[in-house]
Design a protein around this ligand. Structure first.
Ligand SMILES: Cc1cc2nc3c(=O)[nH]c(=O)nc-3n(C[C@H](O)[C@H](O)[C@H](O)COP(=O)(O)O)c2cc1C
Length: 156
């Protein structure tokens, strides 16, 4: 099975979950690159507002063609209880190409389950597995067990 794990990460949390999944599942790993500077409070507020308005960011072209993979795993941080704007852009641009998907979302405390449903709706693909990680699980390392379970579901 050819697997592509794709993620956007502003502060490294979604990236670390993506790396754990990539280690468990193999295949290729791709970071979605935003063209906007997201550092600082003004950009934080702007990002939250745009996510709530369901805007798509301007992203750099993808390196891998998702249509060439049996399974595409896509991860986003939760922004204002929504898909982050770079991942929204990726889903909008590539939704016609997905064969099968699984989704993961990281958050501080809430909004991940709703966001995973939004990812399924936007891509038009029901996730083969869904993974939500909050800050507590990330900090304690408990996210690794959840990521392993998610990977096992995908391999079964
Ligand atoms: C603009 C913005 C909005 C956010 N909104 C939420 C939210 O609605 N709920 C939540 O639990 N966390 C929220 N967060 C926190 C992130 O989802 C969380 O820290 C995530 O794990 C960060 O992932 P990253 O390090 O990959 O960027 C928000 C973060 C940003 C930057």
């Amino acid at each position: 099975m050819k697997v592509l794990t794709v993620y956007y990460s502003r502060t490294g949390i979604t990236a670390e979950v993506a790396r754990a999944l990539h280690a468990a599942l193999g295949g290729e790993l791709e970071e979605i690159k935003d063209t906007r500077n997201r550092a600082g409070i003004i950009n934080y507020l702007y990002a939250g507002m745009e996510a709530a308005l369901k805007k798509a960011a301007k992203i750099e072209p993808a390196r891998h063609d998702p249509g060439a993979y049996d399974l595409v795993i896509i991860g986003t941080p939760v922004w204002s209880h929504n898909i982050s704007t770079p991942v929204r852009a990726y889903l909008e641009q590539n939704k016609a190409k997905f064969k099968a998907c699984a989704f993961f979302a990281t958050c501080a405390s809430s909004g991940a389950v709703k966001t995973l449903g939004d990812m399924e709706n936007l891509s038009g693909v029901k996730g083969k597995a869904l993974l939500d990680i909050n800050k507590k699980e990330y900090r304690s390392g408990a996210f690794r067990k959840k990521a392993e379970q998610f990977a096992r579901e995908l391999l079964s």
